[in-house]
Every structure is written in structure tokens, then in C-alpha cells.
Ligand binder design. Structure first.
Ligand code: WQD
Length: 360
């Protein structure tokens, strides 16, 4: 937008209508400085986000505008469509791209690898090429601890090998995209790329108005537990009770999506930072499936019926982050506890038993 002839710079969020993306939009708009300094522009193809009939913007973004009193600029664009992408860059002077847009269901990626490679990899290459054509070299990439494979040591620090023994096409797309970004930064010093390796994002905005809303049966633990608690699913299957962990169930580093969003805002402040920099975003604490069930029962006051069944193919026993680089480089650390994660998820799910779609 232009105010008295001065064109405001934009922060462009691809996939900004998704779970982590929408919470990052909220965090940027709730930041008094950033929300004045930048236009917040979202592109999303809505493959994994709900837009109500007759509405221009997807529900999460409409709700964030209500909550913050600020506006988001939205374009229904697929990152793989170079011509449509160029139209967005024609309209805005982009300071930085935060790239969330990706297909992310591990199981689905095993069934549909080509769709995952086309969307996640070709889409990312089209985005990078369009950025370069428009002289935009600041990128924050949404990556994942899954690039580490089965950890050789814990806690996981950023120097741990990546790309070895990856368990799904989804994981491989994340690793290949990091590799493409790294090669690009080596080839041209103008690129400043920060790859944020999320551990396990959970939780919801404190308002309870936005949260995780997976299509179909949830793959991930927290939304599955939340749907059991609210009565949408009968019981939880615990995938494996014989792992080498304290109680035999899988251990993960769950991180509140609000902490994750704050980490992105801190990474923005780091740019420009020529080169490729990978940073873990985790809490440094690992919790087991059984601990998560107990915490959610406490937060919701609901019983979570479960049964321990066989391990899920491709799962690792445990992982949790070494958080020292994120502290040092971003001046950031996760603040929310497991109880916060469960209480905020429960507020979202119990207020919105069917997610963003009001009708069941
Ligand atoms: C967590 C724990 C399961 C479901 C994946 C991706 C990662 C990120 C998050 C996408 C494990 C157990 C789960 C269930 C269970 N990506 N579990 N019953 O597999 O650690 O990470 O999702 O956004 O990149 O790799 O997350 O939530 O699927 O599993 O027992 O019904 O819960 O075995 O120990 P995961 P998850």
C-alpha cells in the first residue's frame, strides 16, 4: 500500500492461511512496530485452509483481522504458478518471504510422492526464481526436525547430519528444499536464507478463535487427542509402547505454535544475513505420548480412552532439540508449557468442535 506517496514494504507469507502460517500472521499483526512498518501479504491456494462460501478471505485470516483490527492482504495463488506469483510481486515491494506453503501429511506423501515433489519442490523453485527476478533475496523457510532422520545423538543440534535415513517423501522434500536453498546461497551471496527446523508444533492462539484444523482424520497426535476429547473420535491408538523411552511410548519436543510464531518474528530481525542458516525451533524438552494424554486430560477434564497398538512405520523413538543456537542467534526461547499447549488446544477445539467449518 502507498501512504502519502511512500510504498510500504511487504512481508509475503506463502501458505499463510495454514496452521503455523496463520499464527505467524497473527503474531506480526499483534506486533505494534511490524504491523505499522510492513504490509502483511498472504498467498495461499487453500488446499488445506477453509474459506466460507461468498468470502474472499479464508476463515483464519478473517478471524485474525477481527481479533487485531488490522488487515491482511490475501491472494488465492498457487506458488507453482509463476505468472500469478509475478502479479503479486508487481503489486508489492517485498522485504522478505516467509515460505510455509507445502503439503505436509507424512502418510499421504508415501501414497502420493509425485504430488509432494511437484508441490513442495517445484513450487519452492518457482518461488525462488520469482524472488530472484524481482530482486528479493530475504527468505525464511519453514523446515522440520524430520530432516535429521533417526537421531544419532540427543539433544539434536543443527550440526547433526541431515538427509540420512529419511522416512517419507514429505521428509525428503523438506531436506531437498533446504539443499536447494543452501546451493543457491553458495552460488549468489545476495541470498539471505534462514531455515527454521520446527520440532512438533501444537497448541492454538490464546483467543481460542484459531487453531489446527486438519482435513479428515488427523495424522498428528495433538489434534487427534483433541478430537477424542471433544467426542469427534472414539479413542486414541498409541503407536508403540515398547520404545526405549521412560514409559515405552514415543517422545517428541512439542512446541506451542505461538512460540513458533514468535521465533519467525525474531528471525525477521536477523535479515539480511547472507548465506544459509539453519536454526532449530523447539523447547529442548521431550514428552511421551502417555505424558501428553495425561496433560490433556488435566487441561480438558475429559478422559482420553486409548489403546497401545503396534508401532507406526517410519516413526523414531525420541527426539528433542538443542536450543542453544536459537537462544544465541534469535535471542528467542519457547515460553509456553505443556499445560499451556493442552489448555489452548482444548479452548480452540471445545469452542470449535468442527474446526473452522461451522456446520458439521
Ligand atoms: C507424535 C507422536 C507418534 C498419532 C510429524 C512430521 C513432522 C511434523 C509433525 C508436519 C509419535 C504418536 C501420533 C496417533 C500416536 N510435520 N502418535 N497416535 O510423527 O513426530 O512428526 O508431524 O507438520 O515433520 O514428521 O508427529 O504428531 O504424528 O506423532 O501414538 O494417532 O505421537 O507415534 O510418537 P511426528 P505426530
Amino acid at each position: 500500500t502507498c501512504t502519502n506517496g511512500v510504498m510500504k514494504q511487504a512481508i509475503l507469507l506463502t501458505g499463510g492461511a495454514g496452521y503455523v502460517g496463520s499464527h505467524t500472521v497473527a503474531a506480526l499483526l499483534e506486533d505494534p512496530v511490524k504491523s505499522e512498518q510492513y504490509d502483511i501479504v498472504v498467498i495461499d491456494n487453500l488446499v488445506n485452509a477453509y474459506r466460507a462460501p461468498g468470502q474472499k478471505k479464508p476463515e483464519p485470516l478473517r478471524i485474525i483481522e477481527e481479533l487485531t483490527g488490522k488487515s491482511v492482504i490475501f491472494y488465492d495463488v498457487n506458488i507453482a504458478d509463476g505468472a500469478k506469483l509475478q502479479e503479486v510481486f508487481d503489486k508489492h515491494s517485498v522485504h522478505c518471504v516467509i515460505h510455509f506453503a507445502a503439503l505436509k501429511a507424512v502418510g499421504e506423501s508415501v501414497e502420493k510422492p509425485l504430488e509432494y515433489y511437484q508441490n513442495n519442490i517445484t513450487g519452492t523453485c518457482t518461488l525462488l526464481d520469482t524472488m530472484r527476478k524481482n530482486g528479493v533475496y530475504n527468505l525464511i523457510f519453514s523446515s522440520s526436525c524430520t530432516v535429521y532422520g533417526d537421531p544419532e545423538r540427543l539433544p539434536l543440534d543443527e550440526s547433526h547430519a541431515t538427509g540420512r535415513g529419511l522416512s517419507s517423501p514429505y521428509a525428503r522434500t523438506k531436506h531437498y528444499c533446504e539443499t536447494i536453498c543452501e546451493d543457491l546461497a553458495v552460488s549468489d551471496k545476495k541470498w539471505s536464507i534462514i531455515s527454521l527446523r520446527y520440532f512438533n508444533p501444537v497448541g492454538a492462539h490464546a483467543s481460542g478463535r484459531i487453531g489446527e484444523d486438519p482435513a479428515g482424520i488427523p495424522n498428528n497426535l495433538m489434534p487427534y487427542i483433541a478430537q477424542v476429547a471433544v467426542g469427534r473420535l472414539p479413542s486414541l491408538s498409541v503407536f508403540g509402547g515398547d520404545y526405549p523411552t521412560p514409559d515405552g511410548s514415543g517422545v517428541r519436543d512439542y512446541i506451542h505454535v505461538a512460540d513458533l510464531a514468535a521465533g519467525h518474528a525474531r528471525a525477521l530481525a536477523l535479515l539480511p544475513r547472507p548465506g544459509f542458516t539453519a536454526v532449530n525451533l523447539g523447547t529442548g524438552n521431550g514428552y511421551s505420548v502417555l505424558q501428553m494424554i495425561a496433560a490433556f486430560e488435566k487441561a480438558s477434564g475429559r478422559k482420553i480412552p486409548y489403546k497401545i497398538v503396534g508401532r507406526r512405520a517410519g516413526d523414531i523413538a525420541a527426539n528433542y532439540a538443542d536450543v542453544s543456537l536459537s537462544h544465541k542467534l534469535l535471542g528467542w526461547s519457547a515460553k509456553k508449557t505443556l499445560d499451556d499447549m493442552c489448555a489452548d488446544t482444548w479452548r480452540w477445539q471445545s469452542n470449535n468442535p468442527n474446526g473452522f467449518k461451522k456446520s458439521s
